[in-house]
Design a binder for this molecule. Structure first.
Ligand code: AMP
Ligand code: GLY
Length: 426
């Protein structure tokens, strides 16, 4: 089977590493990929949303399956593009249709979907220019903290949480009237603030059945102790110690099953990953957000713990027989620590030489994120540069091993958090 994987982050490196191990994989292409993905297949210089070039490549190389790593091509309709084209429609796309991807692409759509299917989530109201004054009045009497969310995709930056009514009104105004997040913020969801520990739950669905993958928790803030600016993610652990037994039963019964059934009932084609961003509020799970893809850096701990053949799972998705698959999890704990460029998530420099990257072992893998190969060297090429994943019998050992390697890998301006997983190993 010839696979084309779309993306260039640590998530895609982990997916490429995993798919290349499948006996069914005869060729793996990664567009555009990074210096790490090149070890498992062929990087192709095509942007993830250039559907015409993706089409031409698939035809020329007789690609058998398309695996989009990030949300962008899915929200833009790559699934529908393939289904509508007689030359491409035999190629399965692992991901939802554009209609299904709205679970991630529109916060308002996701909230309405949850309401329709009685899925627990924070109480909310939705406002736009036409209801601007009503929105301001609503914010003024809202209990603090107040959560404001731009409706559309805003590169992970569209959520503002504030403890001041004035600041909430200011943000609201900037989103709706000054297009702070472009068109994404023309509609704003105002949400009740929930208190608890967040976690990420992933399922793979074929549209009728689903498999639950290992759980994970990521760490989004740049600073230790969860302080400072939000990032794409600074590290992750798997499994999440409290995500078991009665809690996971509630997640499945109240969230996962109603979501998959709701998608099917509403005719929203969805054959791919669903990422449930959840929060544990005193033992009860609530949905904070849906994503239509795997998480990054969660993938870098979830996929190494997945013992199944990933291409066999994807084939079962295509054939709608995921009910015949059983997920096998590595009993070991996994931790990943992200190494980032100085200045990230604000401005940073690129092109720094990376050295002292250890070879992969059974206990440790280094996944590349923002890297590129040039003249035999590996250079930094993004804010998140690479992530060190370790597997061990206990989480503390995995974290310790990752941090030791994070300390030895060298590039100018390297920064990483040393407190990933802190609440579980304290
Ligand atoms: P999102 O982009 O929806 O994942 O939101 C970004 C982050 O904001 C989440 O990971 C949470 O930490 C936080 N957040 C979002 N919604 C809420 C909420 N209703 N209550 C508390 N925190 C929230
Ligand atoms: N790590 C969070 C995300 O991928 O959205």
């Amino acid at each position: 089977m010839k696979i084309l994987l779309l993306g260039s982050g640590g998530r895609e490196h982990a997916l490429a590493w995993k798919m290349a191990q499948s006996p069914a994989c005869t060729a793996l292409y990664i567009a555009p990929g990074n210096a790490g993905t090149a070890a498992h297949g062929t990087n192709v210089n095509i942007a993830v949303s250039d559907f015409e070039q993706i089409r031409a490549f698939c035809l020329e190389h007789q690609v058998d399956m398309l695996v989009p790593g990030s949300e962008e091509p899915l929200v833009k309709g790559v699934y529908d593009f393939f289904k509508a084209d007689p030359a491409l429609q035999h190629i399965p796309v692992i991901g939802p249709s554009a209609a299904g991807a709205r679970l991630e692409g529109s916060k308002a759509f996701a909230k309405e979907f949850m309401l329709r299917h009685n899925i627990p989530t924070a109480a909310y109201r939705e406002f736009s220019e036409t209801s601007f004054d009503e929105g301001v009045a609503y914010l003024r009497q809202h209990t603090v903290p107040i959560v404001l969310k731009a409706d559309g995709l805003a590169a992970g930056k569209g959520v503002v949480i504030t403890s001041s009514h004035n600041e909430a009104v200011e943000e609201f105004k900037e989103m709706i009237r000054s297009a702070k997040f472009g068109d994404a913020g023309k509609k704003v969801v105002v949400e009740q603030f929930l208190t608890g520990i967040e976690l990420s739950v992933f399922v793979l669905t074929d549209g009728k059945h689903y498999c639950i993958l290992p759980t994970a928790k990521d760490y989004k803030r740049i600073g230790e102790g969860d302080t400072g600016l939000n990032t794409g993610g600074m590290g992750a652990v798997s499994p999440v110690p409290f995500a078991q037994g009665a809690f996971m039963q509630k997640v499945e019964d109240c969230i996962i099953r109603p979501t998959v059934e709701g998608l099917e009932k509403e005719g929203l084609e969805y054959q791919g990953f669903i990422f449930f961003g959840l929060i544990n509020v005193e033992g009860d799970p609530y949905v904070i957000e849906y994503n239509c893809r795997m998480g990054d850096p969660e993938t870098e701990v979830v996929i190494p713990r997945l013992q199944n053949d990933l291409l066999e799972l994807f084939t079962a998705v295509q054939q709608q027989r995921l009910d015949q698959q059983t997920i096998h999890e590595d009993p070991r704990a996994a931790a990943t620590v992200m190494l980032v460029s100085k200045g990230y998530p604000e401005t940073y420099e690129k092109g720094k030489a990376i050295t002292e990257v250890p070879a992969p072992t059974q206990e440790q893998l280094v996944f590349h994120a923002g890297t590129k190969a040039e003249n035999g060297k590996v250079l930094t090429n993004g804010g998140r540069v690479l992530t060190v994943t370790s597997l061990a019998s206990d989480l503390l050992s995995a974290l310790t091993h990752s941090k030791q390697t994070a300390a030895t890998i060298q590039f100018e301006g390297k920064y990483y958090r040393r407190d990933i997983g802190y609440e579980f190993v304290g």
